[in-house]
Design a protein around this ligand. Structure first.
Ligand code: PLP
Length: 372
C-alpha cells in the first residue's frame, strides 16, 4: 500500500459519528446538529427554477454569483450593521469549507490556533490538517469564552483565535463587551480572529454581535452558512467574509480545491437570504420553547446545566456512565469529551426533535439520572 501523509494521522473520525453508529434504528436522536425542519418551499422552488432555466448547468465565478454575494452583503448590512462589499465574500461549500479556507490561508505549519474547549470538532481537525497546533482555551463556568483567557494565551507563533457565538456544543452567547474585547485583541496583537457565526439567529436572550463591528483593523473574518438558519444543511452553502487581501488569498485555495460552490445551491441561498425571513423566526421561537422544556427537565432531574442562551444545544454536567446508559435506553446524545478535554463530564443534547420525542427523551434521561 502507498504511504499516507503524516498530517492525516492527527485527525480521526468525529466522536459524534461513533455515537450514531452505536445507536439502534428507533433511537431518539438528540445528537444531530441540524434543524429538524424542511427547507422553506420558496427556497426549494428557486433551486428547481434555476435547474429548469439552465442557470445551474455551468461553473459560476470562483467566488460565487454576484447576485448571491450582493444578497450576503445586504444580509450583513441588515442583520449586523456591517458594510461588506460583495467583492469581499466567497460563497463556499458550507461553513465547513469557509473554516477550512480561513485556517489554511492564515496558519503556517507549527503555528498555533486558540480554540474554545469544549468547541466545535472541526476547529481542532482543520488546524491539524493545516499543520498548525490547536491550543484549547477553557471556557468560563457559563460556557462562554473569556477574552482575558485569549489575551493571556497569546505568544510568539499564535496565528489566530476562533470565536464561536452562539456556540456549539454549549449554546453559550458572548456578550457585546466580549466581542469588543475580541476585536481589540485582534487589533492590538495583530492576529486573526475567525468569528464563526453560523448560529447567529438562534439567540434567545440578548443579541448576536460580531467582533467585526468593533475591529479597527482587517483582522476579523466572518464564517457563516445557510445550513442552520434556513435548514439547508444538505445544500452545502456557506460563505466567508473579510478584507480584500484575505479574500484574495483564500480564493487561491477555493479556486483549486472547489472551483465554485454548487450553482444550484447558490440560487437556493440567494432566495433564502433575500426572501421572506418568517420561517426562520418561527423556527427560532420553536427552538426557544424546546430549550425551556429541556432545561427545566434537566434541572428538575438534578443536573447542573448553564442556561444555553442560543444555538440548539444544552451542555449539562452528567454523572459517570450517564451518556452510555442514555444511549443504551435509545436516546442519542454526544459525550462532551468529543468536543475537547474540558467537555468530559458533560453531554451535548441537541433539541432537534419535536416536543413529543423531546418529552419522551427527558423521561428516559430522568430515569437514567436517578439510577446512575
Ligand atoms: N461551525 C459550527 C459551530 C457548526 O456547528 C457547524 C455545523 O455543525 C459548522 C460551522 C459547519 O456548517 P456547515 O454545515 O454549513 O458546513
Amino acid at each position: 500500500m502507498t504511504n499516507f501523509a503524516t498530517r492525516i494521522d492527527s485527525v480521526s473520525i468525529s466522536g459524534i459519528r461513533k455515537v450514531f453508529d452505536a445507536a439502534g434504528p428507533n433511537a431518539i436522536n438528540l445528537g444531530l446538529g441540524q434543524p429538524d425542519f424542511p427547507t422553506p418551499s420558496h427556497i426549494r422552488d428557486a433551486a428547481i427554477h434555476s435547474i429548469q432555466n439552465g442557470n445551474s448547468d455551468r461553473y459560476t465565478p470562483n467566488s460565487g454569483i454576484l447576485s448571491l454575494r450582493r444578497a450576503i452583503s445586504q444580509k450583513h448590512s441588515r442583520d449586523n450593521s456591517l458594510d461588506i462589499s460583495p467583492d469581499n465574500i466567497i460563497a463556499t461549500a458550507g461553513g465547513s469549507e469557509a473554516l477550512h479556507l480561513a485556517i489554511e490561508a492564515h496558519v503556517n505549519p507549527g503555528e498555533k490556533v486558540l480554540i474554545p474547549d469544549p468547541g466545535f470538532v472541526s476547529y481542532r481537525a482543520l488546524t491539524h490538517i493545516s499543520g498548525g497546533i490547536p491550543v484549547p482555551i477553557k471556557l468560563r463556568d457559563d460556557l462562554t469564552m473569556d477574552p482575558a483567557s485569549i489575551e493571556s494565551s497569546i505568544s510568539e507563533g499564535v496565528a489566530a483565535f476562533i470565536v464561536n457565538s452562539p456556540g456549539n456544543p454549549t449554546g453559550g452567547v458572548q456578550s457585546k463587551a466580549d466581542m469588543k474585547e475580541f476585536a481589540r485583541i485582534a487589533d492590538d496583537y495583530d492576529i486573526l480572529c475567525i468569528s464563526d457565526e453560523v448560529y447567529e439567529h438562534f439567540v434567545f436572550e440578548g443579541s448576536h454581535r460580531s467582533p467585526m463591528e468593533f475591529s479597527k483593523s482587517n483582522n476579523v473574518l466572518i464564517v457563516n452558512t445557510c445550513s442552520k438558519s434556513y435548514s439547508m444543511t444538505g445544500w452545502r452553502l456557506g460563505w466567508v467574509a473579510g478584507s480584500h487581501e484575505r479574500i484574495d488569498k483564500m480564493l487561491r485555495i477555493h479556486q483549486y480545491a472547489q472551483a465554485c460552490a454548487s450553482a444550484v445551491s447558490q440560487h437556493a441561498a440567494l432566495a433564502a437570504l433575500s426572501g421572506p425571513q418568517d420561517g426562520l423566526f418561527e423556527m427560532v421561537n420553536t427552538f426557544k420553547q424546546r430549550r425551556d422544556v429541556l432545561v427545566d427537565g434537566l434541572i428538575d432531574m438534578g443536573l447542573d446545566v448553564p442556561l444555553p442562551k442560543g444555538a440548539f444545544y444544552a451542555f449539562p454536567s452528567v454523572p459517570p456512565g450517564w451518556v452510555e446508559n442514555v444511549l443504551d435506553q435509545g436516546v442519542i446524545v454526544v459525550p462532551g469529551s468529543s468536543f475537547g478535554a474540558s467537555g468530559s463530564g458533560s453531554a451535548r443534547i441537541a433539541y432537534t426533535v419535536d416536543s413529543t420525542q423531546l418529552e419522551k427523551a427527558i423521561d428516559i434521561m430522568r430515569k437514567v439520572t436517578h439510577s446512575v
